[in-house]
Design a protein around this ligand. Structure first.
Ligand SMILES: [Zn+2]
Length: 582
């Protein structure tokens, strides 16, 4: 621990191979050097601290190396390499455009460019934060960039590629540096720790890597901070205290309360967190991330996306088992809404409390999802007869259509001739309709008695045939008539139903939000369709399109569709002018 050297400097990579997390890019650079195909100008783009300047320096050293190794790396032994490593080489010039952005700064650089190197072949000019150059400086630089002397190579580095003029962009080979993954960061920190004889806990390094947000320089400087703070024993506890990170323990405890419908303890935990000085908004977004992580851990494949140590991942997976998807979607929705409202809220503490209360209510016996299996009562939907009260039973004969075993012949209620249709309609026994079947939960304040009474409703069974086109028409008619629910309207108009069996149709949506939206209004939609098409067996299933499940980036067309959903007037604009997205 004596003579502690700042890790970012001490462990700065000396070769392309030792650069962390940019494998594809360093390989391309190495190949370019090995094949002698060098450009005169490169543009390195990417977030701060991911290795742009480091790679530029290694690049400069490697192309000047007098005896490069077979794998394309610099030898680190020749005169030129040693000069580079000791930072006394004349073949490299670094200009920080953030502080030297005037025309004069660029002019003095251009003066130097003319002088050929004494040792080695190339002079490399690194211009950091090149987007900060003034307009005049840019223009002065452009000429040199157009006709550089053969010994000059420019490496421009920027965190903000979009601010670079097209005239510059078109003259550069562009390399995009990516954020360093948490896994790569943790591995590198582990390596540094072992070199420095520092004890670390994997969870501690994980939090640290998350805080660094993909930048290795930041990760190492936070690491140094924590090492000096803890005297060389980097524990999870020490890290969260030092970095002011909320212990994930709180989120797990809060989740337990929410699942147990325990409002009191939930509010106490929230109070405990806030009294530690954490900001309410951070807590709300923290809860959102926590639920998102739980959602990821529902599936082993997506659990891989969840960048944490194995022990904590197991704990997430275990908790995720206790939550169903619908609960998580709704929970995330509630927290997200609170996050949006937070800034505008006059009583932020109340909003935080309310968020916890609403989350706990998700599991309450009256409104919750847990107990949707215990069916609640609604008014008869299709009945022309008087509703009869009957004790609730779960015997197969009274099971709703949806509960029928999958093996039951689907065609049973689907007549092949109109004659048969008549027969079936009169012959089949009245089917009870359960709210749960329709995918709704009734907020049962004041309805508790009825709920407990569990009344069954008998409705007339209708089974008329309809065509896919009729279905789509009724679907559209329903959507067009929506005046309040713009989001639902647009989702429905964007995602049309597809009849996959006689009475079962599927709606393929683009994302979980749309899926949730349709499921929430499933009852309204189905009631309308069943009535209009005179068929009580109509069922709907919603599926997220597989393409979108995997890719996060949307195409322009998808983006536009999404924008249309959020903004009704965009759709009108498109329709009225007959616009097409090319
Ligand atoms: Zn060398």
């Amino acid at each position: 621990m004596d003579n502690y050297i700042v890790s970012a400097r001490k462990y700065r990579p000396m070769t392309f191979n030792s650069v962390v997390g940019q494998r594809a890019l360093t390989t391309t650079l190495k190949n370019a050097i090995a094949s002698g195909k060098l450009a005169h100008a490169y543009l390195f783009c990417g977030p701060r601290g991911v290795g742009k300047t480091t790679c530029a320096r290694i690049f400069a050293k490697t192309i000047n190396c007098l005896s490069p190794a077979a794998d394309g790396e610099a030898c680190n032994q020749c005169e030129s390499c040693i000069a580079f490593n000791e930072q006394r080489s004349f073949n490299i010039h670094e200009l920080d455009a953030a502080s030297n952005n005037s025309v004069d700064d660029i002019r003095s650089l251009i003066e130097q460019v003319r002088i050929p190197p004494q040792i080695g072949k190339y002079k490399v000019y690194i211009i950091d934060e090149v987007h900060m150059l003034s307009q005049a400086a840019f223009n002065a630089f452009l000429k040199t960039l157009e006709e550089p002397p053969h010994h000059a190579i420019f490496i421009l580095a920027t965190t903000e590629k979009h601010k670079i003029l097209p005239t510059i962009l078109s003259r550069c080979q562009i390399y995009d540096f990516s954020r360093i993954t948490i896994k790569d960061t943790v591995e590198h920190l582990q390596y540094v720790a072992s070199q420095e004889n520092v004890q670390t806990e994997p969870e501690a390094l994980n939090v640290l890597a998350q805080k660094a947000d993909g930048g290795m320089r930041d990760a190492l400087s936070i690491f140094d901070q924590v090492v000096s703070f803890t005297g060389g024993n980097v524990t999870y506890k020490a890290v969260i205290e030092n970095l002011n990170v909320l212990d994930y323990e709180y989120y797990f405890r809060l989740t337990d309360c929410i699942l147990a419908n325990n409002v009191v303890d939930g509010l106490l935990i929230l109070n405990e967190i806030l009294s530690k000085g954490f900001d309410g908004n951070n807590v709300i977004t923290g809860i959102a991330s926590h639920f998102r992580d739980l959602l990821l851990c529902k599936d082993p494949k997506t659990a891989e996306l969840f960048e944490v140590g194995a022990s904590i991942r197991d704990r997430y997976i275990e908790t995720a088992r206790k939550c169903n998807n619908e609960f998580l979607y709704k929970a995330i929705d509630i927290v997200n809404e609170s996050d949006l409202n937070y800034r505008l809220s006059r009583n932020k503490r109340l909003l935080s409390d309310l968020t916890v209360i609403r989350l706990c209510q998700l599991s309450s016996p009256q409104t919750g999802l847990e107990d949707q299996k215990k069916k609640q009562v609604i008014d008869p939907i299709f009945s022309k007869q008087e509703a009869k009260q009957a004790p609730a039973t779960n015997q197969p004969v009274t099971l709703p259509q949806n509960s029928r075993p999958a093996t039951a012949p689907v065609t049973r209620n689907i007549p092949s001739t109109p004659q048969a249709a008549g027969n079936t309609t009169t012959a089949s026994a009245p089917k009870p309709i359960y709210p749960g079947e329709l995918g709704i939960s009734i907020s049962a304040f004041g309805q508790k008695k009825e709920v407990e009474a569990k009344v069954e409703e008998k409705v007339e069974s209708l089974n008329e045939r309809f065509s896919p086109l009729q279905l789509i028409n009724e679907w559209k008619t329903f959507a067009e008539a929506l005046t309040e629910e713009h989001h639902l309207k647009n989702t429905m108009l964007n995602c049309l139903p597809n009849l996959i069996e006689n009475t079962l149709f599927e709606v393929v949506v683009n994302n979980p939000v749309q899926e949730q939206r349709l499921l929430e209004h499933r009852m309204d939609i189905l009631v309308k369709l069943r009535t209009q098409l005179r068929n009580t067996h109509i069922k709907m299933q919603v599926r997220i399109s597989e393409d979108n499940e995997k890719k996060l980036a949307f195409t322009p067309a998808e983006k536009f569709n999404l924008m249309m959903e959020e903004n009704e007037s965009l759709r009108r604009l498109k329709d009225e002018f007959g616009l097409e997205l090319s």
